[in-house]
Design a protein around this ligand. Structure first.
Ligand SMILES: Nc1nc2c(c(=O)[nH]1)N[C@H]1C(S)=C(S)[C@@H](COP(=O)(O)OP(=O)(O)OC[C@H]3O[C@@H](n4cnc5c(=O)[nH]c(N)nc54)[C@H](O)[C@@H]3O)O[C@H]1N2
Ligand SMILES: Nc1nc2c(c(=O)[nH]1)N[C@H]1C(S)=C(S)[C@@H](COP(=O)(O)OP(=O)(O)OC[C@H]3O[C@@H](n4cnc5c(=O)[nH]c(N)nc54)[C@H](O)[C@@H]3O)O[C@H]1N2
Ligand code: SF4
Ligand SMILES: [Mo]
Length: 709
């Protein structure tokens, strides 16, 4: 038996784990690491199942290559040669835009995903770059970019010191928190209450977070921008502002907010005018307060507007960049990547729908258009890294059909699933415990500055490639250097770029492989003067202290001030106003997350599926009666139809139904998942409706009809 310390890589929360393994390397036990200064022993059921997930017999141990229409196990040499043949041929014949990249959610968590994403994109040089960001947090990047200049300047609730927290469209008690990394979120909310603070949750469902809160308010899905504008209106009308920093756009904001009186927004969002006024007054009066809004507000048609108004309220009430308000974390290894250049969108536009590029990407919502529509620049080949867009994208069935029609597809993924089944080549990364871990991106959004490095727990086998080496090989193929050049060439190139200004650092770099040496370089160049050796000396993680005011350091708008009324966002306000008087759809769909799930890929572990983690349609009993439903219902939208089990519950607003996403495993290569298939919520979501500012998909507030079976 041996024990190993390891950061859990499964979600943003980054819990420290202590694993017990047998001699064969099988995980016998997973506990929270009590000596981790940040997570202090916390873990969730997914972390507890890390061993089962890692040893899942359905994980691919070898690459798969399509031969005569069938995916068959192949050697790495065969697989890379086939990638070279397929992608090389398409680039030569149709140009670089004919090859698309899609980066899924796990690429935000793996070291390899972080290190190779930009280089892969730059090397390919295609406009067709997509990622899970446009089915997730892109509105936050847009709002931050336009207000603060830096799209990575995400203001994080100072959860451990705040006196008041208004939560919209997030359920951290089940999701464990997002864009707000806080192990034991629930415990931290309780602590907030114990020190006399208040928690208010705005959500169309009475979630577990809402149950814990001091107050829960229902809101009509997709209408948070109205409630938030009503609050901004109140703050300005009642003179409740205390802005203690240099801002621009206050006069424009006053004009924009004028018509969104609490009375006017009431009909649209369903929150009584008096409540909106009270919320605004409470945020303003609290000794410190933070407004925090997540996926429920991002995956909505006015997602960018909502994210903007969240930080407008934080700024107007003096809670931006201040202890107890919302603050900016200081990363251990990423500060050198801040460009200091003001953010802008729309440097180019998508071919079919004319949607603006944002952060160098096009919206996932238009990927099927770009695959299906003939002409110069049509996507003919796709490389996915850690993504399952055949389930996760809006109108996923259409995208799945488009994937089936591609000339060539490569997937870097450990599973044969709904997306990778369309591949010509699947390149499986090694087991989780064979990979090193350092959370680069997650450091941007932590409620306390912290860093922890986990070396691989188990060595790579003879015939395995690390994920970094797989991506390096892909990069070399895309660069035209072919399938036979070793991955180290690529690692040396990346190091050369990182150390361009300080080449002398290269000599003394430490690390077992290229990935570790790159980490060592970034840590040495980073804000805390750390190194790989310093991380090794702190296997439980390093507490780097509470968040500190630092807006001045990262603010990079053209005006040098916080912009309260960015032109791009202001331009979408008339549309919001126009829509305020539209009649609300009779029934709308929203999503939900379950504690024992994570998007689409953990339904193959028996302990994580079944019981309460099921793909059901949550619906209010009044609506069950209204629609005359039995055990099952048909749900129909502009995009499609599903048939699903009914779960009547008073915790959901009448007129709203909820389906979790990530299900629909009928065609999966994962045996347990196939037996617990569920239906794909994204058969109902509409790819033609997006938040026009960020291109983000709309998953909440989707108009549907519910019919008896
Ligand atoms: N257990 C678990 N944890 C996860 C994941 C998972 O799948 N399972 N996924 C991870 C990922 S990728 C992410 S991005 C994060 C997301 O983390 P969260 O943002 O906390 O996600 P959810 O739990 O889906 O909470 C969203 C809430 O928004 C509500 N909602 C829906 N529509 C609206 C609306 O229009 N307005 C308002 N105010 N509320 C609305 C929903 O009812 C739901 O309670 O979670 C991460 N953590
Ligand atoms: N209706 C609806 N749809 C949604 C959402 C919603 O709330 N409602 N939420 C959206 C959100 S927030 C997100 S983030 C997206 C997620 O969208 P995606 O990222 O497209 O989907 P995931 O289900 O996270 O798929 C992750 C893939 O990565 C693979 N994988 C796991 N570990 C690794 C690894 O270490 N390396 C590599 N290379 N691959 C790995 C898995 O096998 C799986 O195929 O879904 C979005 N879709
Ligand atoms: S909350 Fe769960 S899944 Fe997320 S890092 Fe912690 S143990 Fe892992
Ligand atoms: Mo996400």
């Amino acid at each position: 038996m041996k024990t190993a310390l390891r950061t859990c890589p499964l979600c943003e929360t980054s819990c420290g784990l202590r694993l017990t393994l047998d001699d064969a390397g099988s995980v016998l036990r997973v506990e929270g690491d009590r000596d981790d200064p940040f997570s202090k022993g916390f873990l969730c059921p997914k972390g507890a199942a890390l061993g089962r997930l890692d040893e899942d017999p359905d994980r691919l141990a070898r690459p798969m290559v399509r031969v005569d229409g069938q995916l068959r196990p192949a050697s790495w040499e065969e697989a890379f040669a086939e990638v070279h043949r397929g992608l090389g041929g398409i680039m030569a014949e149709h140009g670089r835009d004919a090859v698309a990249l899609y980066f899924g959610n796990p690429t935000f968590h793996t070291m390899a995903g972080f290190l190779y994403r930009q280089p892969l994109t730059q090397t390919l040089g295609s406009r067709n770059v997509y990622s899970a960001s446009t089915v997730d947090q892109m509105p936050k990047h847009v709002a931050s970019g336009l207000m603060f200049g830096d799209p990575m300047a995400v203001a994080v609730p100072d959860l451990d010191r705040t006196g008041y927290m208004l939560i919209l469209g997030a359920n951290p008690v089940e999701s464990n928190g997002s864009l707000c990394v806080a192990p034991d979120f629930k415990g931290r909310l309780r602590a907030l209450q114990e020190r006399g603070g208040k928690v208010v949750v705005v959500d169309p469902r009475r979630t577990r977070t809402a149950e814990l809160a001091d107050e829960h308010l229902f809101i009509r899905p997709g209408t948070d921008a109205y409630l938030l504008f009503g609050m901004v209106h109140t703050l300005l009308a009642e003179g409740l502002t205390s802005v203690d920093m240099e801002v621009t756009g206050l006069d424009e904001l006053r004009v924009l907010a004028r018509d969104f009186t609490p009375e006017a927004v009431e009909a649209a969002c369903g929150v009584p005018a008096a409540t909106t006024v009270r919320l605004a007054r409470e945020v303003a009066a609290a000794p410190s307060a933070c407004v925090y809004a997540r996926i429920g507000t991002c995956t909505a048609e006015f997602g960018s507007t909502a994210q903007w108004l969240v930080d407008v309220i934080n700024a107007l009430t003096g809670n931006l960049d201040r202890a107890g308000g919302v603050m900016f974390a200081k990363t251990a290894g990423l500060e050198i990547f801040r460009s200091g250049q003001p953010f802008a969108t729309g440097a180019w536009h998508s071919r079919v729908r004319g949607l603006p590029e944002v952060l160098g990407e096009f919206p996932v919502a238009t990927m099927a258009d770009e695959i299906e529509t003939p002409g110069e620049g049509q996507i003919r080949a796709l490389v996915t890294v850690g993504g399952n867009p055949a389930l996760s994208a809006p109108n996923a069935p259409r995208l799945a059909r488009a994937l089936a029609g591609l000339d060539f597809m490569v997937c870097v993924d450990p599973y044969l699933n709904e997306t990778t089944r369309h591949a010509n080549v699947i390149l499986p990364p090694p087991r989780i415990l064979q990979s090193p871990h350092f959370d680069f991106l997650v450091q941007i959004i932590m409620v306390r500055n912290y860093a922890r490095f986990s070396p691989p727990v188990l060595p790579l086998g003879e015939d395995q490639f690390s994920e970094a080496a797989i991506l390096a090989k892909l990069l070399l193929i895309l660069s035209g250097q072919g399938p036979d050049v070793g991955a180290e060439v690529c690692e040396e190139m990346l190091l050369g770029q990182i150390l361009a200004a300080v080449p002398e650092l290269r000599e003394g770099l430490d690390g077992a492989d290229g990935t570790e040496r790159i980490l060592d370089a970034l840590l040495r160049l980073g804000s805390y003067g750390l190194s790989l050796e310093a991380m090794r000396r702190a296997p439980h993680g390093l507490d780097l202290g509470p968040l500190q005011p630092r807006l001045e350091e990262i603010l990079c708008t053209a005006s040098g001030k916080v912009d309260l009324a960015p032109a791009v966002l202001a331009a979408d306000v008339p549309r919001l106003l126009e829509r305020m008087r539209d009649p609300a759809p009779e029934t709308v769909l929203i999503g939900r997350r379950h504690l024992r799930s994570n998007n689409s890929w953990m339904h193959n572990v028996p302990s994580l599926v079944g019981g309460s983690n099921r793909c059901t349609l949550q619906i209010h009993p009044q609506d069950v009666a209204r629609f005359g439903l039995g055990d099952r219902a048909r749900v129909r939208s502009a995009a499609g139809e599903v048939e699903v089990s009914v779960e009547a519950t008073e915790t959901i607003m009448p007129g709203v139904v909820s389906l979790p996403h990530g299900w629909g495993h009928q065609d999966s290569g994962q045996a347990v998942a196939r037996r617990n298939a569920g239906v794909n919520a994204n058969a109902l979501t509409d790819e033609l409706v997006v938040d026009p500012v960020s291109g983000n998909a709309v998953f909440n507030g989707v108009p549907v009809r519910v019919l008896p079976v």
